[in-house]
Ligand binder design. Structure first.
Ligand code: FAD
Length: 264
């Protein structure tokens, strides 16, 4: 079969590789001038720093088969995401955990005491939370909401937490222990030579042909027996049905000497 895959990110590359190994010819196109999609990495010529161009990417999974698969194509370095944030001029650990709670409130609570304390802060007059803000106030009360959830959410979603559904709060758990590893997964790391090198290795197969700088057009489908789309879902419909709301970040680039870890 002749397969057309739209998108040379991780999805397009892995699907292409699997199909190529099964004996199918794969044409993979991408509108961008590089492979690896939003996981694209490049080494900064001035500093030698490996940059994750569209965002920081930590590979994390509980699935040993997935972990073995990516380790076929890249050497992974151990990495655990231990996030810090500032609130009211002080540095705290995120996601909100027992250290955050004790430092923020100046307490020395044990897990069950902290749970009861946070429950005492919750706004129980909110019986049917509709928005993210309702849910946060219902769950953790006003102090933690203002300090750790409100600004973070405005920054990531680009809108007020009153406009987001309550279900989104599930992304920001509160832990009543000192575990500050952002992800729970058993396998976590980053490829030593970056994701673009890893994706290049996945795409390196005689049955795979990659064309960069090539935008998909529906006529291309007639040359293929099957088309896989790995671009944005709304983009598949040429945005005729509207645009989906995506969570993302804006990046500003600074160069500093040494180990510069800014807490701002
Ligand atoms: C800021 C940020 C941080 C993130 N951090 C993490 C993290 O730490 N860990 C993690 O696991 N995930 C993270 N992610 C998510 C991760 O980036 C995605 O899950 C991953 O990139 C999805 O791969 P994909 O191949 O499905 O899609 P994409 O990487 O989006 O690739 C799709 C490709 O399709 C191409 N394309 C789209 N439309 C067309 C078209 N019409 N014609 C031709 N080509 C087209 C695009 O150019 C793109 O290269 C993060 C994402 C962002 C934005």
């Amino acid at each position: 079969m002749r397969i057309l895959l739209v998108g040379a990110g991780l999805s397009g590359a892995v699907i292409g590789r699997e199909l190529a190994e099964a004996g199918h010819d794969c044409r993979i196109i991408d509108a961008r001038p590089h492979i690896a999609g939003n996981c694209h990495t490049e080494r900064d010529a001035d500093t030698g720093v490996m940059m994750h161009v569209y965002g920081p990417h930590i590979f994390h999974t509980d699935d040993e088969g997935v972990w073995d698969y990516v380790n076929r194509f890249a050497r992974f370095m151990p990495f655990q995401n231990r996030v810090k944030t500032t609130a009211q001029g002080r540095v705290y650990s995120l996601p909100v955990n027992l250290l955050t709670i004790n430092q923020f409130f100046g307490t020395t609570l044990r897990p069950e005491e902290a749970r009861a304390f946070i429950e005492s802060k919750a706004d129980t007059t909110i019986t049917d939370p509709q928005s993210f803000e309702d849910q946060a106030l219902r769950f953790v009360g006003p102090e933690l909401y203002e300090a750790f959830f409100k600004g973070y959410t405005e920054k990531q979603w680009g809108c007020s937490p009153t406009e987001l559904p309550a279900s989104i709060l599930k992304r920001l758990p509160v832990r009543f222990n000192y575990d500050d590893n952002y992800f729970f997964h058993r396998f976590q790391g980053m490829p030593q030579d970056g994701y673009t090198a890893m994706v290049a290795a996945i795409l390196d197969h005689p049955r795979i042909k990659v064309e960069l700088g090539t935008e998909y057009s529906p006529e291309m489908a007639s040359d293929a027996d099957h088309v896989f789309w790995s671009g944005p879902l709304d983009g598949y419909f040429d945005y005729r049905l509207g645009r989906l709301g995506y969570r993302t970040l804006d990046f500003e680039r600074f160069n500093h000497d040494g180990d510069h870890q800014a807490a701002r």
